[in-house]
Design a binder for this molecule. Structure first.
Ligand SMILES: [Zn+2]
Length: 376
């Protein structure tokens, strides 16, 4: 019964499309969409492949996804070859099974089934598929969205196929994501002999009270949609080759902040600056904002999707914004609602990534149901 979605997932897994390479995954999808009468616009930049496909007029749903995957990691820890899809005990193993070749297959087969049944539906179905979601994100969804903006495209509902389910298919959908801001901080001291500390300034000692306060800093309380903004220190080092008798001259500290929509990048940077000043620290700092937060307050589309999930799984999904960033951040301003829903995320980016084969069929049915509810 699920031969079609299973076979398409397998076909895609067997292509080692390590980000940002696509290696022909999109050709497979495009061929099938052309048979359904979709218009196709390939929008490739450098080594990234993207396409925008659409069929119909009026109220528009966009399926957003990616054909690239992360590398296999430690190959000897895989039970099966990562780029040869393998079925074992009701699960399909292979890199990209859940993130997100399985979801892409489910979207495509759902659309095929819907159009075969309802070729004259009123509305527009579209796809935006990229191959650099797992790498820099520079030449993928972001670039295509800038072109769609120039074309004055409007999207009513965007459905991102990222794996959002946590313990069982359907238990979680995402209606936003936190932002991500990274800091590269250098603290300056005065290098010297450990036995003569009065002639030196130890940057590790000088920064310790600052680090304690930084690691417990409360920036906001969160709200109904978001957890409080959080800070994680990810690396500390001094380039001291002589650990017995030398005080280092510098200390490097890296930290990342996952922030919600209650606070801006600028507010965070000012707060950290105040903290550094409070402890009279000599420093230099550079910041990179990888993603800004976004939120789609639950409305029509979120309700339709929740109903369809309940109809297929008997589960009422939680609506959350946790986890990493996603390409939803590039599109949400073009769409009335951007919602993410896909397979289980417990094995994403791990060795032995796998999907429950029954979940593939269920996901296809949920996506199919969404099309029915939107357009019939
Ligand atoms: Zn993904």
């Amino acid at each position: 019964m699920y031969t079609n979605v299973l076979n398409l997932t397998r076909e895609l897994i067997n292509i080692p499309s390590i980000s940002p390479k696509d290696l022909g995954c999109q050709d497979i999808l495009i061929k099938r969409l052309q048979l359904l009468g979709f218009n196709i616009k390939r929008i490739n930049f450098k080594d990234t492949n993207n396409f925008w496909a659409w069929r119909g007029y009026g109220k528009t749903i966009m399926f957003l996804g990616h054909t690239d995957v992360v590398p296999e990691g430690n190959i000897s820890a895989w039970k099966t070859p990562p780029f040869t899809s393998t079925i074992c005990d009701g699960f399909l193993y292979g890199r990209g099974a859940v993130d997100m070749k399985g979801s892409i297959a489910a979207m495509l087969v759902a659309v095929e089934n819907f159009i075969k049944k309802n070729p004259n539906y009123i509305g527009r179905i579209s796809f935006l598929i990229t191959s650099d979601e797992e790498s820099t994100g520079k030449y993928g969804t972001k670039k295509v969205v800038s072109i769609l903006e120039k074309m004055e495209e409007k999207i009513n509902y965007c459905l991102v196929g990222e794996p959002t389910s946590e313990n069982i298919l359907g238990d979680c959908i995402k209606n936003g994501r936190r932002g991500s801001l990274s800091a590269d901080l250098t603290i300056y001291g005065i290098q010297g002999h450990v036995a003569y500390p009065h002639f030196a300034t130890n940057p590790i000692h000088a920064s310790s009270p600052f680090l304690v306060e930084l690691s417990t800093l409360s920036l906001d309380e969160g709200n109904d949609f978001f957890e409080p903004t959080s800070i994680q220190i990810s690396k500390i080092y001094s380039d001291n080759k002589c650990t017995i008798n030398m005080i280092p001259g510098e200390l490097k500290i890296f930290f990342n902040i996952r922030f919600n929509s209650l606070i801006t990048e600028k507010m965070i940077i000012n707060r950290i600056k105040q903290l550094l000043q409070k402890y009279l620290i000599k420093y230099s700092i550079s910041w990179v904002c990888h993603a800004k937060p976004f939120i789609s307050p639950p409305s029509t589309f979120c309700n339709i999707l929740s109903d369809c999930i309940y109809n297929c799984t008997n589960i009422i999904p939680n609506i959350k914004t946790n986890g990493g960033t996603s390409d939803g951040r590039f599109i949400f301003h073009l769409a009335n609602e951007t919602i993410e829903f896909g397979l289980l995320n417990s094995t994403i980016h791990q060795v032995n990534e796998c999907v429950n084969i029954n979940d593939l069929l269920k996901l296809q049915n949920i996506y199919f149901d969404v099309l029915n509810k939107l357009f019939l």
